[in-house]
Design a protein around this ligand. Structure first.
Ligand code: SF4
Ligand code: SF4
Length: 370
């Protein structure tokens, strides 16, 4: 952060009492975060429209039969490298339990992205994010399988899990019913935004039937900014009905509709996205080899349409400098970071107890993020 911004922030915090202690508490609880991304399998039990993994040519087609011990060695070496927050996906990571067991043994914080069709055993104590794209029937239309009800049964009352509904033309009309079902089953819900893949022709094949049946004008499931703002308003209104179920920051939501989230270079690639790959933030394939030469772990997504939640939260959180103009703005940043914590560290809204405790940092971690 620039020196002027630091001075501005200090002048806001000095003497602000509550805000200062809230800021310090957030910093101590959450940071530093040293993330990296791991695909642990190339298998999946769904065929989603706009899949960030299978759309395009880049998905991994090699050997995926590594043992628990191999994964354990691998994750231990990642921890030694300084990583303290793994993002674990696949295709569908629940189809490789040895890898998940190894990750849970090594890391105290981290997140597994699953479609919820197969329950991840309870001893794997990392945050679990269950992606849903709509109610069961529409899910089958756009994902080739229906797992919403199954996932609700798997994760009802499970404090590791939060459901992540992708807001799109397919889910927006059913949002109230989807939230209601989550409340009924005692699971929390937050929201992603459909982000268009580069390979639109491929997506079109999947979507043609859905488009005809729904009489939709467009085969792109993305919502416009106006449609997005309307569904956000609906979610905000539903918070009073389901205060313990909905985990969503209105300030985060405003960031998505107010301006373009990313600045693009001449190739159309985001220059200020916190999830761009580099020396620290790496992307590993299911054979534990490091992927090189791609912009991020979702290279098939078009940056101009990208509102993927994990990346958006990371990027906004990274831009503290943009929030030091006033006490109000700094409070908005804190609200966004605390919401990130509720989604990614699975802190209960009621007890304030951190379910997945942060481990002690190793000596080299602070320097990796400074
Ligand atoms: S569940 Fe995930 S990996 Fe599987 S097809 Fe859908 S988006 Fe792709
Ligand atoms: S995560 Fe970042 S780099 Fe990747 S598609 Fe989205 S904006 Fe582009």
């Amino acid at each position: 952060m620039q020196k002027n911004s630091v001075i501005r922030m200090k002048s806001i915090l000095d003497g602000s009492g509550y805000l200062d202690s809230r800021f310090k508490a957030v910093r101590a609880r959450i940071f530093p975060i040293v993330p990296s991304q791991y695909d642990v399998t190339n298998l999946c039990n769904m065929t989603c429209t706009g899949c960030m993994y299978f759309e395009g040519d880049g998905w991994f087609k090699g050997d995926v039969n590594q043992s628990f011990e191999q994964w354990l060695d691998f994750f231990q070496s990642e921890s030694t490298r300084g990583v303290n927050f793994p993002h674990i996906g696949g295709a569908e990571p629940s189809l490789n339990l040895p890898a998940l067991r190894a990750a849970a043994k090594v890391f105290k914080r981290g997140v597994i992205y699953t479609n919820g069709g197969k329950k991840i055993p309870e001893e794997i104590n990392l945050a679990i994010q269950v992606s849903i794209w709509s109610d069961d029937e529409t899910e089958e239309e756009v994902r080739g399988n229906r797992f919403f009800n199954t996932a609700l049964k798997h994760y009802s009352g499970d404090s590791r899990a939060i459901f992540v509904c992708t807001l799109s033309k397919a889910s927006a009309p059913s949002i109230e019913a989807i939230i209601g079902k989550c409340a009924e089953h005692g699971v929390q819900i937050t929201f992603n935004h459909f982000s268009r893949p580069n390979h639109r022709e491929y997506a079109a094949d999947y979507l043609r039937d859905w488009q005809l049946e729904n009489n939709a004008d467009s085969i792109d499931l993305s919502l416009t900014k106006t449609e997005t703002a309307a569904v956000h308003a609906k979610i905000e209104a539903l918070k009073s009905l389901h205060p313990d179920t909905i985990v969503f920051s209105e300030h985060y939501a405003q960031q998505l509709v107010r301006d373009d989230l990313y600045t693009l270079d001449s190739q159309g690639v985001a220059t200020n996205c916190a999830s761009r790959l580099g020396d620290t933030m790496r992307h590993y394939l299911p054979d534990m080899s490091r992927e090189m030469g791609t912009k991020c772990c979702t290279p098939n997504v078009d940056c101009s349409s990208c509102n993927l939640y994990a990346m958006a939260y990371a990027s906004i959180t990274d831009r503290l400098e943009d929030f030091v103009s006033s006490e109000t703005r700094l409070t908005e940043w804190l609200d966004i970071v605390e919401t990130w914590e509720s989604i990614f560290c699975r802190k209960t809204p009621v007890s304030e107890a951190v379910i997945i405790p942060a481990r002690e940092l190793t000596a080299q971690e602070p320097s990796l993020v400074s």
